[in-house]
Design a protein around this ligand. Structure first.
Ligand SMILES: Cc1cc2nc3c(=O)[nH]c(=O)nc-3n(C[C@H](O)[C@H](O)[C@H](O)COP(=O)(O)OP(=O)(O)OC[C@H]3O[C@@H](n4cnc5c(N)ncnc54)[C@H](O)[C@@H]3O)c2cc1C
Length: 454
């Protein structure tokens, strides 16, 4: 960025206090409110803002160096406005997968080649997270399963089948991973009443908070890393010499030449050029339990339940027999102010407060008399983008500012490998093209221009 002092933007999209309590965050890790030092360090080589999967994975990849790399590791400062992993990563459905139905949208919007690259990238994320969990001996209830995209509606089912056949015919990448079951066996195989069709795909089911906090533990033990929780970044100023930045926080200032924005739905609060490009969007999920001693069929798959093409819930059974379910968007979708451009996860979305009650009894074979009840409901903030794709890479027109954000409710399937790309850009000085991740994910000026109000 050129010289000359800029007026710092004051952050109006800060994470709010007293966020709703999610099941995943029910037992805080010892790092939850940790500060490596009492005061902020005055300077750091790299400042990473945000400690969800994106921020912590970026720090991990920066430090995960080859044995023959003798250069001293850079100093990294991780800044988090609230507790560690208290954003969307601590509040989601716990899935890493790409739905067959969303592949269709990608093909329609970006063509088969770009969609194919994207699907391969998600696959790399599934196996990348699995590998790091094994390598770093992380206990996060991670399990490679099948995820069923189940249609309960005949019209939707025949459209899903038609689209899948088209993908098979065009030998779309990874159709070999996807399996179709039709009406004759869908109900038995999926355990869902009224199932007309199901497409299954590989999924990594995991406990996201456990994954991120334990990965952070490994990061802190690897190098020169300082973690500061309950430290909100309020504004960024370009220094007079144009070579670095002053990061203004709720607890003082830090100088740095390199900033990583891993702030997902909150990004536009710090980077005004992302206003109308990454919009905060509130969503909800729940945890359903069965009374002790009650026998119910164990569900070994995860699900997307398609009541209709525009009414979809997602469901992730836990090893203890309880269930995490999210969705219910159509109960509040028309009341836009309840969710769109809304970053308040301290309250529930009222029309969906009781939506999950009885969901298992209504839909699953053998669960009718289970006594299953909604144990807790929470909300979280996603980052919805103008063109439906995340923004990854160097912030256009800057030097030393990087972003990975805007996952449209699917960041678990993108962020880990996006973080590798950003880490390599910083560490190796390579360009976005050289990272090998799909071109359509690069944050560019042309994509930012889409947000300009004419
Ligand atoms: C209800 C729900 C269900 C979902 N289900 C799924 C799913 O099943 N599969 C899937 O792939 N995705 C799912 N998602 C989306 C997924 O959770 C996100 O895309 C992903 O977690 C984003 O990770 P992140 O690290 O970029 O952002 P976050 O986890 O939101 O982390 C951003 C962090 O930045 C911090 N921060 C923000 N601004 C500042 C600031 N100014 N100063 C300091 N810190 C700041 C925040 O406090 C937060 O901790 C779901 C999301 C929700 C809300």
């Amino acid at each position: 960025m050129g010289g000359g002092k800029e007026t710092p933007q004051v952050n109006r999209i800060l994470p709010v206090p007293n966020s709703t309590a999610s099941y995943w965050r029910s037992k805080p890790h010892w790092l939850d409110e940790y500060r490596s030092t009492e005061q902020l360090p005055p300077q750091a080589d790299i400042v990473i803002i945000g400690t969800g999967i994106a921020g912590v994975s970026t720090a991990y990849h920066i430090l995960d160096r080859k044995d023959n790399d003798n250069a001293p590791p850079p100093s990294i400062l991780l800044l988090e406005a609230r507790q560690v992993c208290s954003g969307a990563t601590g509040r989601n459905g716990g899935h890493i997968k790409k739905l067959p139905s969303t592949i269709v949208e990608l093909i329609q919007n970006y063509g088969s080649t770009a969609a194919g690259e994207f699907v391969k990238f998600v696959r790399a994320n599934i196996y990348g997270v699995k590998r790091v969990i094994e390598k770093e001996k992380i206990e996060a209830e991670a399990e490679l399963r099948r995820s069923f995209d189940v249609s309960l509606n005949k019209e939707d089912a025949s459209e899903v089948k038609r689209q899948f056949d088209e993908q098979l015919q065009s030998e779309f990448p990874l159709t070999e991973d996807v399996n179709y079951v039709g009406e004759e066996s869908a109900e038995r195989i999926t355990s869902l009443y009224g199932a007309v069709a199901g497409l299954s795909t590989p999924v990594l089911s995991l406990w996201p908070y456990k994954f991120v906090t334990q990965l952070l533990e490994r990061v802190l033990s690897k190098g020169n890393v300082n973690l500061q929780t309950n430290t909100a970044v309020i504004a960024i100023e370009t220094d007079d010499d144009g070579r670095g930045y002053t990061v203004n926080t709720s607890r003082g200032q830090v100088k740095t030449p390199t900033i990583v924005f891993a702030t997902n739905g909150y990004t536009a609060g710090l980077l005004p050029q992302y206003r109308n490009i990454i919009t905060p969007s509130k969503a909800t999920a729940s945890h359903i339990t069965v009374p002790p001693g009650q026998q119910v069929p164990y569900l070994s798959n995860t699900y997307n339940i398609r009541y209709a093409s525009d009414r979809v819930d997602y469901l992730n059974p836990r090893p203890d027999g309880s269930i995490v379910v999210g969705g219910g968007k159509w109960t509040y979708e028309k009341e836009r102010e309840l969710w769109y451009d809304n970053h308040d996860d301290s309250t529930l979305i009222e029309p969906a407060r009781h939506y999950f009650d009885g969901l298992m009894q209504r839909n699953f074979r053998g669960w009718e008399d289970s006594g299953a009840k909604t144990e807790c409901v929470w909300t979280g903030i996603q980052g919805i983008t103008k063109d439906g794709l995340p923004h990854i890479g160097k912030v256009p027109g800057t030097s030393g500012q990087y972003i990975l954000a805007g996952y449209n409710g699917g960041g678990m399937a993108i962020a880990f490998m996006a973080a590798l790309a950003v880490a390599r850009m910083i560490r190796e000085g390579i360009s976005f093209d050289q990272t090998g991740i799909p071109n359509c994910l690069e944050t560019t000026q042309a994509r930012l221009d889409m947000g300009k109000v004419h």
